[in-house]
Design a protein around this ligand. Structure first.
Ligand SMILES: O=C(O)c1ccc(O)c(O)c1
Ligand SMILES: [Mg+2]
Length: 594
């Protein structure tokens, strides 16, 4: 099935939008009138540009406030329409979208609406144009898809059909099953958008918060299934009004959009990319740093031992229990200091995992980073983090030569989770990527107050919790508070682990006394427990499944570590404690300037 995208979904000039859409593999575009009005190109030049890029102009839109008006007003509307039909001829567009009227002049009279739309369609037909009538969720008298369809049916004109838009249908909680009552050939166009489930004015919701299918809370897949049962064979077209996408680079947004359609097609049986291969564990986390020393100091205080060195590169393997951290001082280390730049995921079938990632448009990285390396399948996540799919440890461990070491302490058993902060405009994209490409399940999104902003955080996990990735983003482009990433290490005894760390010269993040007063009020902790937590800066949370105890190291560069003692049944990540942790990190930064 052909794919299309509305120019309003992408940022930039019309030329930039068209280029991005074509590069991301779309077959066509919906041209938004504003994009055309603001373009220095003539309609003929836009048509030629689209043709050069291999794009068809699938829709011109929107035409507003046409129907159900007094005759004199309608005469003027027809005059306006004639101009637009002439323009569409020059542009090479053969379908126009007419949104249901929001005009105070419109009357609640379906027969009049039908008669005038038929008249409009008659004029359109002379130009070889079809009219697709769409119910805006906030239309004055027509706000549901079935109402719009009944008017189209009543009009009975061959050049008049309906346009279905998943946002308008699902935001009004209309039952999409009724779509199957519309003959497929009368559905002239299908626009797809998802949105988070928000309780707000529907116009504002639509104009600011739409997102690509799979990124919000609507069952877009279910709706598309109903549409396909009608025999509809027009394009699947994305029409997404979104404040973030309007500000982000068009190229990556278009790829994100195309990925969402690929996943949607897969879910309705229109595409069969290689099946997801869910990772079964974290093989390693890789830190890039210009200088190994500060990282080595923290790792050894945490009880890690430097167990091996890469045979060909300045990369050390630090290990404790099943937790492995690679410390890379090679040329790739960027100026920002220590960074969590790559992760290794244990995979039952690394090649198949990489094939799925590639089919879902993740950039595939060279299998060998150096000629002497064992080949490893790797792709880049949207934020640039390198993801290595590791099979048996022998696949990558052989690149490392053991070095003599005293055995590690045993406080840490493995990795509890990795917290990968995202660039501010990547949140929806990151969730969709980790869900669709890696096959991880997104958990509910939580808002976390930071002293200088508000963060959104959403974990993606595999079924047994052996892979947990927390994706976090600041609320605004300028919010620089959350670029630090962290590695959360699992321990069976956070008190002992924290003590050992401190005794070995490690510095824990100090937590204010007020926090512990509140903890005493909220939880019935045993004697001495609270004092121990207070002394070490251990934070505490509890849910129906059990308790969560955790503390943090000071930050080195852009990375810090968390020690986590998680009861088996506890599902979360200590989100209620995050504001205190963030404030404490700001306080340290204010003193150290780091
Ligand atoms: O927000 C709007 O006005 C608008 C315009 C055209 C559409 O197709 C739509 O779904 C919404
Ligand atoms: Mg629409």
């Amino acid at each position: 099935m052909r794919t299309s995208i509305a120019t309003v979904s992408l940022s930039g000039s019309l030329t930039e939008k068209l280029t991005a859409a074509a590069r991301a593999g779309f077959d066509g575009v919906e041209i938004f009138e504003n994009d055309l009005l603001a373009s220095p190109l003539t309609p003929e030049e836009i048509r030629a540009r689209c043709a050069d890029l291999g794009l068809t102009v699938d829709l011109y839109q929107p035409m507003r406030d046409i129907e159900a008006v007094p005759d004199d007003v309608f005469a003027r509307n027809l005059r306006r329409a004639r101009h637009k039909f002439e323009l569409m001829g020059r542009l090479g567009a053969d379908t126009v979208l007419v949104c249901s009227s929001v005009s105070p002049q419109a009357v609640d009279d379906d027969a009049l609406a039908a008669r005038q739309l038929a008249e409009l369609a008659e004029l359109a037909q002379d130009f070889g144009i079809r009219v697709a009538y769409e119910a805006l969720a906030w239309g004055r008298h027509v706000s549901t898809y079935d109402h719009a369809w009944h008017i189209v049916e009543q009009a009975g004109h061959p050049a008049l059909g309906t346009c279905l838009d998943s946002f308008h249908i699902l935001s009004r909680s209309s039952d999409p099953k009724g779509i199957e009552d519309i003959p497929g050939e009368k559905i002239f166009f299908l626009q797809l958008a998802d949105a988070p489930l928000l309780g707000m004015d529907v116009l504002q919701w639509s104009r600011h918060h739409r997102c690509f299918p799979g990124q919000g809370g609507f069952d877009v897949t279910g709706l598309v299934r109903h549409v396909l049962r009608t025999g509809y064979d027009g394009p699947l077209s994305l029409e997404v009004f979104n404040d973030v996408f309007r500000q982000s680079e068009a190229g990556p947004t278009a790829v994100d959009a195309q990925r969402s359609l690929l996943v949607l097609k897969e879910s309705v049986g229109l595409a069969e990319p290689p099946a997801p291969v869910v990772p079964t564990g974290v093989a390693f986390a890789e830190l890039l740093t210009p200088d190994a020393e500060p990282v080595a100091a923290v790792l050894s205080a945490l009880g890690f031992a430097r167990t091996a060195r890469h045979r060909g590169k300045p990369v050390d393997l630090w290990q404790q229990g099943q937790a492995r951290v690679l410390v890379n001082t090679g040329g790739a280390a960027r100026r920002e200091g220590v960074q969590l730049a790559a992760i290794g995921l244990e995979s039952p079938d690394p090649a198949a995992a990489a094939r799925r990632a590639e089919a879902l448009l993740a950039p595939v990285l060279p299998r060998r980073r150096a000629p002497e390396d064992a080949p490893l399948d790797a792709v880049a996540a949207p934020d640039g983090t390198e993801l290595f799919f590791c099979g048996a440890p022998s696949n990558w461990r052989g690149d490392f030569e053991d070095v003599p070491h005293t055995p590690a302490a045993t406080s840490v058993t493995g990795v509890d989770h990795l917290a990968l902060t995202q660039p501010w405009h990547h949140f929806d994209e990151a969730t969709l990527f980790h869900r669709s490409v890696l096959g991880l399940d997104p958990q509910p999104s939580v808002d976390v107050a930071d002293p200088y902003g508000l963060l959104r955080s959403r974990a993606v996990t595999n079924a047994d919790g052996s892979v947990r990735i927390a994706l976090t983003v600041g609320a605004a482009p300028g919010d620089d508070t959350v670029h630090d990433r962290h590695i959360a290490l699992a321990t069976d005894d956070v008190v002992t682990a924290a003590r050992r760390f401190r005794e070995a010269g490690g510095r824990l993040l100090p937590v204010p006394a007020n926090y512990y007063d509140d903890l005493a009020a909220r939880f019935d902790l045993t004697d001495g427990e609270l004092e121990t937590y207070r002394e070490l800066g251990i934070l505490y949370d509890r849910d129906a499944g059990g308790a969560f105890r955790h503390c943090y190291t000071r930050t080195v560069g852009r990375v810090f570590f968390e020690l986590v003692q998680r009861d088996d049944g506890y599902r979360g990540y200590g989100a209620p404690n995050a504001p205190v942790r963030l404030a404490a990190q700001h306080a340290v930064r204010a003193v150290t300037g780091g």
